[in-house]
Design a protein around this ligand. Structure first.
Ligand code: ATP
Length: 224
């Protein structure tokens, strides 16, 4: 086998990577950083996992099926992405850790598994249900996000990051779980909150989210 072929094989990552979100709606601030992260780490596939939002939390404006449809439309032509609708199809909301534990069981103990979040999610991770158990199941990959500090205020979270953070991404493939990797992804100042506000105010959103998603929003009369 040529050296080139060997190098290429080494560059392909075996990481099973998941990216959860409310996706109300999905936008380029979700998709672009993940595409770059995938290039950087050699990910062949990223699985989008739309959340089932519990009734006691502020509810998304789009219903679960509309959010799912928008996610499907956003990545329909992009083989990097696959959609896992299990949380939306379930009759009751589940915490991220519960879903990840089920996926871990299904994939077996040895497969390197990673859950991707943005910087804002890292800052409030200590509020997540059983947040410290996340690393018992998977690695955490964190994408940069403009407008959010990279200093953690919560001291327990800070200590946790200090203990488990790695700088060498290759380690993510050498162990099935347990590391935190802060990725250097492009900064896109896009949020679903701002997109919904723009639609409410009848402003254009041309460069913020895929055309197919914009068309669906118009067709469904969403965010009015
Ligand atoms: P909202 O404005 O309604 O809170 P959002 O734009 O933050 O929504 P979510 O679906 O809540 O989108 O986010 C899902 C995940 O994507 C989170 O981990 C979040 O940190 C990350 N994320 C969202 N927007 C960006 C962005 N522009 N850059 C990097 N990460 C992002």
């Amino acid at each position: 086998m040529s050296t080139k072929a060997t190098d290429q094989q080494q560059a392909i990552s075996s990481l099973y990577a998941l990216f959860g979100g409310t996706f109300d709606p999905i936008h380029y601030g979700h998709l672009r950083p993940i595409e770059v992260l995938a290039q950087q780490l050699g990910l062949q596939q990223v699985i989008l996992l739309p959340n089932h939002v519990p009734p006691h939390r502020p509810q998304p404006e789009a219903n679960p099926w509309q959010r799912l449809k928008m996610v499907e439309l956003a990545v329909a032509d992009n083989p990097l992405f696959r959609v896992d609708a299990r949380e939306l199809q379930s009759s009751r909301p589940s915490y991220t850790i519960d879903t990840l534990e089920i996926i871990r069981q299904q994939q077996g103990a040895e497969l390197p598994l990673a859950f991707i979040i943005g910087q804002d999610s890292l800052l409030s991770l200590h509020k997540w249900h059983r947040w410290q158990s996340l690393l018992d199941v998977c690695h955490l990959l964190v994408c940069t996000r403009p407008g959010y500090s990279n200093r953690l205020i919560n001291t327990e979270l800070q200590r946790w990051l200090g203990t488990y953070q790695i700088n060498d991404a290759k380690k993510l493939n050498q162990q099935p779980k347990g590391y935190i990797y802060l990725a250097n992804t492009p900064l896109l100042d896009i949020s679903a909150t701002d997109i919904r506000r723009r639609y409410h105010q009848r402003q254009r959103c041309d460069y913020l989210l895929p055309r197919a998603v914009q068309q669906y929003i118009e067709l469904q009369d969403l965010y009015r």
